[in-house]
Design a binder for this molecule. Structure first.
Ligand code: PLP
Length: 398
């Protein structure tokens, strides 16, 4: 019995650990703006009505079953998911794609593939980025290098720094790009800037790895949010893509995503796919089927698809209105700081610029739970708590 006795205590996860503390907190005024999950105007989780409708169709369908999916998942789902990302007219004959355990699983399988087959085992990741990226790619055997992304002084993209760091990457290295609604900064390149980034990456012969966890959450329109991905493909990049349906379909716990590769031809596609399947099989055999059945059911039904797009826009708009309200309430509370970056950022988060001490104080004094980088999930705000949060922010930033 001595084997377990020596196991050291691991540090809690930076984000999920805070969520645990929120659950334990007994303050009736507590606010959770830590985790990137949509909440309705009453602070409650929301199942999209189109998702509920799809589940009802599935339940009533006598042909539904609970059989294993294949290693690569539900092919009909994967096809719909790929069209959703790359566009209805994309060339499926050259896109190797598998169903994954949401975006995290897609990044991890992608990382395993890169470390197994790529000669340069280096992945360039923005600074800052979603915290889990670093561990995912390191655990997969990649060396993680950071490129400059955000300028805290201007609260905007550090394009110059980004281009300089990418220029210094070795030939054949991988560059991870957030497809839209960059987490945590809410700051995306403009179309012109994407073109500059694409040109440089092409010139440098680097492998692009898109992480798309918020398609639809940036602008409210999933088509518009696919701009960067589709532009890179048009420009001839053989991109890889990790796609998640957690946020835009509200399917967080269903673990539903895809990993895909734009290849040069059908033969290459088959070879890539065969190797991805060889990575998946000893890891978890095959993915869960409920979430993917929902996405397939919605996206193969014209009416439900239309409804879904409206519901996604509704979520994005509610978040957008919280941005404005938060800034209004900060002013009302007496803050004279320039908070305009909060309204110019997009997606689920406000990257406020508060330092870790201010964040700690918000939590200890006001039971507002957020990550220590000053990121606030706007989905956690609503008309009932935004003024409380604004006053507390003003108190720690004044
Ligand atoms: N990528 C980014 C940038 C994210 O913010 C997230 C979730 O917060 C993910 C990927 C993965 O999420 P999931 O595994 O729930 O799809």
């Amino acid at each position: 019995q001595t084997y377990l006795a020596d196991i050291p205590l691991g540090a809690p996860d930076a984000i999920l650990g805070i969520a645990e503390n929120f659950k334990k907190c007994t303050d009736p005024n507590k606010v959770n703006v830590c985790i990137g999950a949509y909440r309705d105007e009453n602070g409650k989780p929301w199942i999209l009505p189109s998702v509920r409708a799809a589940e009802k169709i599935m339940m009533d369908d006598e042909n539904e079953n609970k059989e294993y999916a294949s290693i690569a998942g539900d092919a009909a789902y994967v096809e719909q998911a790929i069209k959703f990302a790359y566009g209805q007219d994309c060339d499926l004959s050259v896109i190797a794609a598998v169903q994954t355990l949401s975006g995290t699983g897609a990044c991890r399988i992608g990382g395993e593939f890169l470390s197994k087959f790529f000669p340069v085992k280096k992945i360039y990741i923005p600074d800052p980025t979603w915290g889990n990226h670093i561990a995912i790619f390191q655990e997969a055997g990649m060396e993680v290098v950071r490129y400059r992304y955000y300028n805290r002084a201007t609260n905007g993209l550090d394009l110059e720094g980004m281009l300089e760091d990418i220029t210094n990457a070795p030939d054949g290295a991988v560059v991870l790009l957030h497809a839209c609604a960059h987490n945590p900064t809410g700051c995306d390149p403009t179309k012109e800037q994407w073109k500059t980034i694409s040109d440089l990456i092409k010139k440098k012969n680097l492998q692009v790895f898109f992480d798309s966890a918020y398609q639809g959450f940036a602008s409210g329109d999933a088509e518009a949010d696919a701009f960067a991905l589709r532009y890179f493909v048009e420009e001839g990049h053989n991109v890889m893509l990790a796609q998640s349906f957690a946020k835009n379909f509200g399917l967080y716990g269903e673990r539903c995503g895809t990993l895909s590769f734009v290849t040069n031809d059908a033969d290459e596609k088959e070879r890539v796919l065969s190797q991805v399947k060889k990575i998946i099989r000893p890891m978890y055999s095959s993915p869960p089927i409920h979430g993917s059945s929902i996405v397939r059911t919605v996206l193969t039904d014209e009416q439900l698809t239309k409804q879904y797009y409206e519901e996604c826009a509704f979520m994005a708009n509610r978040i957008g209105s919280m941005r404005k309200l938060l800034v209004d309430e900060l002013k009302k509370a007496g803050s004279t700081h320039d908070w305009s970056h909060i309204t110019s950022q997009i997606g689920m988060f406000a990257y406020t610029g508060m330092n870790s001490d201010m964040c700690d104080e918000l939590t200890s004094k006001s039971s507002i739970f957020l990550t220590r980088d000053g990121r606030i999930s706007l989905a956690g705000l609503n008309e009932n708590n935004v003024s409380y949060v604004a006053k507390a922010i003003h108190a720690v930033t004044d």
